[in-house]
Design a protein. Structure first.
Length: 213
């Protein structure tokens, strides 16, 4: 798990993200607690037990991150620190409880302001194909780096919608589940993804992305 510091909210409170899962959380050292919009239990606990007791639904998606099990299909926010974590979260789960940003904050609180001296990617939002697989790139964003440090290619990340399920040569079936795909920009550009116009996608792929906007 790559624990990345996104922001020092104050002297005792910090916002982190797990780069592998996209889970974001706030650690409050004063209270000794963590904040997230997704209910979670210790990694030594049992998600099956939470389902048996009726706390979590059978089909809820559970993600393991930094020693906890998160239910990413449930969104609950009780204070501003929960909201801060929710606005940074990129797990692909339910974020319906997350409110708009506080006045004066960026829409993406871990995004750098890109200057003329920084690396700027050519990759942009759109559809990309590799073999029979297709993804839709939804965001290309940089992580917050050290103050004064210029952004390079390793600071940029790609967030896309696709599927890990098997697909037919002409595209996914109607019941194929979607997935949030995230990777570093240099991994994306070296993986032979080729940009493609949406009009050239098969009807199955166009229907898949229409269902997963």
């Amino acid at each position: 798990m790559a624990k990345t510091l996104l922001e020092e909210i104050d002297a005792h409170t910090r916002l982190y993200m797990d780069r592998k899962t996209g889970i974001a959380w706030v650690e409050d050292a004063r209270a000794g607690v963590g904040h997230s919009v997704h209910p979670n239990i210790s990694g030594t606990g049992s998600s099956a037990g939470m389902r048996r007791r009726g706390f979590w639904k059978k089909d809820d998606r559970i993600v393991r991150s930094h020693g906890f099990l998160y239910n990413i299909d449930v969104c609950q926010a009780s204070d501003e620190l929960d909201q801060i974590a929710g606005r940074a979260c990129r797990c692909g789960g339910n974020h319906a409880c997350v409110s708009a940003n506080r006045a004066g904050r960026s829409d993406n609180i871990y995004e750098e302001k890109v200057t003329r001296q920084d690396f700027r990617p050519r990759t942009s939002k759109g559809y990309y194909k590799r073999g029979i697989d297709v993804i839709r790139v939804d965001q290309v964003e940089p992580y917050r780096s050290a103050p004064g440090k210029r952004l390079n290619i390793t600071d940029w990340w790609v967030y896309a919608t696709g599927t890990y399920a098997p697909v037919d040569r002409d595209g996914p079936s109607p019941g194929t589940p979607s997935a949030t795909v995230q990777m570093q920009l240099h991994e994306f550009t070296s993986s032979n993804w080729k940009r493609v116009d949406v009009a050239k996608l098969s009807p199955k792929w166009r229907s898949f992305f229409a269902r997963n906007k």
